[in-house]
Design a protein around this ligand. Structure first.
Ligand code: DGL
Length: 263
């Protein structure tokens, strides 16, 4: 049983969608969150640099005595999860696009997937398609610009809506009824996506709850759950911009202090 924290990371604020689900599922756990904002977006980052960043963040969590780590980023999972698991002794919980539930939900047998280019290119993602969506038509899009809009806290601006229209409308024309948000930034755009879909029936799926359930299972199995009341959560970023504090507070609906960590 352990009051040690769980480290959660993403390229930026996107992983806060996972942190929220974990907080709901595991309210007593103490959390560390690292937003690698200086290096966002990861979706187009050189793989060698991405590896160095994952190493830097994992080492930081180990220094902070983390008992487990959550990769709250589909891109880092797709490229680095196996490597991180081989490098570190603590349990590592990862995320992948919700292809399996989407394939079960769709009635039109046409699914849309929004994810980063690295995720869409990855073996891990393509194996998900092969295993669970072979008999479905899948329309996928690397939604360039989405991550930047969420990083700026622009969840519903004219530019954000125009970007969503650009990627979503062609998929709706192809009769998708289910959309997978395969990047942890995108759930913050769910309301705007639904508003663009309008009357077109669209079920949006992501894996935030699946990740928090997996974290619960892993901690329980390893006897690592915190049985004491929650003490604190701490937030860190590789960027020291003032606007970041505001975006964190906006997405978490509270006043969040973000500590700057230089690399
Ligand atoms: N939020 C991340 C993901 O789930 C990374 C997005 C990015 O930085 O490109 O893929």
């Amino acid at each position: 049983m352990s009051a040690r924290p769980i480290g959660i990371f993403d390229s930026g604020v996107g992983g806060l969608s996972i942190l929220k689900a974990i907080k709901q599922q595991l309210p007593d756990e103490n959390l560390l969150y690292f937003a690698d904002s200086q290096y966002a977006p990861y979706g187009e980052l050189d793989e060698t640099i991405l590896k160095q960043r994952c190493l830097f963040i994992a080492d930081f969590f180990i220094q902070k005595n983390a008992k487990a780590m959550v990769i709250a980023c589909n891109t880092a999972t797709a490229l680095m999860a196996e490597w991180l698991r081989a490098e570190y002794d603590i349990p590592i919980i990862a995320i992948e696009p919700a292809i399996k539930p989407a394939a079960q939900i769709t009635r039109t047998n046409a699914i849309g997937v929004f994810a980063t280019q690295h995720t869409l290119n990855s073996e891990r993602y393509n194996s998900l398609l092969e295993r669970f969506a072979k008999d479905k038509t899948v329309y996928q899009s690397a939604c360039e610009g989405f991550v930047e809009q969420v990083e700026k806290g622009e969840l519903n601006s004219l530019k954000t809506i125009a970007l969503i229209e650009q990627y979503l409308l062609p998929m709706l024309d192809n009769n998708i009824d289910t959309l997978v948000l395969g990047c942890t930034h995108y759930p913050f755009l769910s309301d705007a996506i639904q508003s663009v879909a309008g009357q077109h029936p669209l079920t949006i799926v992501d894996n935030a709850n699946a990740v928090s359930l997996q974290a619960t299972r892993v901690l329980t199995e390893l006897g690592l759950s915190n049985l004491k009341p929650h003490e604190s959560d701490e937030f860190f970023s590789s960027s020291n911009s003032q606007s970041l504090q505001e975006v964190f507070s906006k997405l978490l609906l509270n006043n969040t202090h973000v500590n700057y960590i230089a690399d």
